[in-house]
Write a protein that binds this ligand. Structure first.
Ligand code: NAP
Length: 360
């Protein structure tokens, strides 16, 4: 059980009007540890009440207390006393902005790809590589820190692979994705491309799989992170599903395992967030679904409040050893919810506090 902060921590949301930023607003509205003090977006939105600046597309109503809050520009001096900022900025904007926030002493938990592969920036799935958070102490952006979430599909894949890596090693992986529309942002896919269609290309996504998964599953040492040696062949597709990324995965294991042992590895899995009982930690983190036609985005993406992943259709693979299907909610576990869990983990590990004392 983790210590509960004595009072709710004021936080800023950067990129609060976008697809992921709205998820942050919705998930943080009732959060026991955090309170939204600042909503920030581009100069186009700055000065407007949030209700007017945002085109709200969440399945829950816009939180009453946030509607009248004035949106500010994404500048450190605009966020007042907040020492923690959740970033849902486009990468093109995030690089400079997040570094400016860190230089100003603010901890940034980011969804953007800008800093994910930086050698001193932790790229963390809280159940998979919580120890990588220690890397943040070596950063030199300023007295703040930058922590990152992986790409939305990589989160689902690495969470499904982690129990198998621990138990049997995984030597090769082939993955075909069917990624929901919200993963492209609010205006990412033109309407005419959606019905009766799929798009067999997502810019940069296949490379992110290879690089990010190896870093996340890698080992932290004195010289930084040694990547896990896992060749991944990825095919990424955009499909007409609102939320939810479904992955068809084939793997070769390092040691033999029966189907029962593979399923047991998934169902018995619990990570540090579950052990610490963090507020956003799903229990269980992985649902194995025995139905022959599961998982499906509409039916299963909200398991564990959108924070759990589901796995199904485990069967032998004639090319590698096993194949299965895994599903995760891309804007909850794959973005805003994953970042909130990461911030909870950093706080529970005492990192923000010890950092503040070191700066005194
Ligand atoms: P989005 O819907 O396009 O939202 C972009 C946000 O950035 C908006 O709030 C926008 O504000 C703001 N912005 C744009 N230009 C800006 C500028 N010059 N200065 C300050 N703010 C600016 O994008 P999204 O899908 O939410 O994605 C946000 C980030 O999360 C991206 O880096 C993306 O790669 C990553 N990500 C997304 C997902 C997903 O499933 N969608 C998953 C994982 C990671 P205005 O409204 O004022 O223009």
């Amino acid at each position: 059980m983790s210590p509960i902060p004595s009072s709710r921590i004021p936080v800023a949301v950067l990129g609060a009007t976008g697809s992921v930023g709205q998820r942050f607003a919705a998930l943080l509205a009732d959060h026991p540890w955090f309170t939204v003090a600042v909503l920030a977006a581009s100069e186009r939105s700055a000065g407007l009440p949030y209700r007017e600046a945002v085109r709200w597309v969440q399945p829950t109503p816009l939180p009453e207390e946030l509607g009248e809050m004035r949106v500010v520009a994404c500048r450190p001096e605009a966020v007042g006393e907040c020492r923690l900022a959740f970033s849902a900025l486009e990468s093109a904007v995030a690089t400079e902005t997040e570094e400016a926030f860190a230089a100003a002493g603010i901890w940034v938990v980011s969804n953007a790809s800008s800093h994910r592969m930086h050698p001193l920036v932790p790229l963390v799935v809280p159940e998979v590589n919580p120890d990588h958070l220690d890397l943040a102490a070596r950063q030199r952006f300023g007295s703040g820190r930058i922590l990152t979430n992986p790409n939305c599909s990589t989160i689902g894949l690495t969470l499904a692979l982690k129990p198998l890596v621990d138990a049997f090693d995984v030597e090769a992986c082939h993955v075909v994705t069917m990624q929901g529309l919200s993963g492209a942002g609010l205006t990412g896919v033109p309407g005419m491309q959606v019905p009766d269609n799929l798009i067999p290309y997502i810019a940069g996504e296949e490379e992110k799989f290879e690089n990010e998964a190896a870093k996340i599953l890698g080992r932290l040492g004195d010289d930084g992170i040694a990547p896990y040696p896992l060749p991944i062949s990825a095919h990424c597709n955009r499909v007409p599903v609102s939320d939810g990324h479904t992955l068809c995965v084939s793997i070769r294991l390092g040691r033999p395992a029966t189907p029962e042992q593979v399923i047991e590895a998934w169902t018995a899995f619990a990570g540090e967030p579950q052990e610490r009982e963090l507020p956003s930690a799903p229990r269980p983190a992985i649902h194995y679904l025995p139905q022959q036609d599961a998982p499906q985005p509409r039916l299963h993406r909200d398991l564990g409040g959108g924070m759990a992943i589901s796995v199904g259709r485990l069967r032998p693979c004639p090319l590698l050893d096993y194949r299965f299907v895994t599903l995760s909610h891309n804007t909850v576990r794959g973005a805003a919810g994953g970042s909130i869990l990461l911030a909870e983990l950093a706080i529970a590990r005492g990192l923000m506090e010890s950092d503040r004392q070191a700066d005194r």
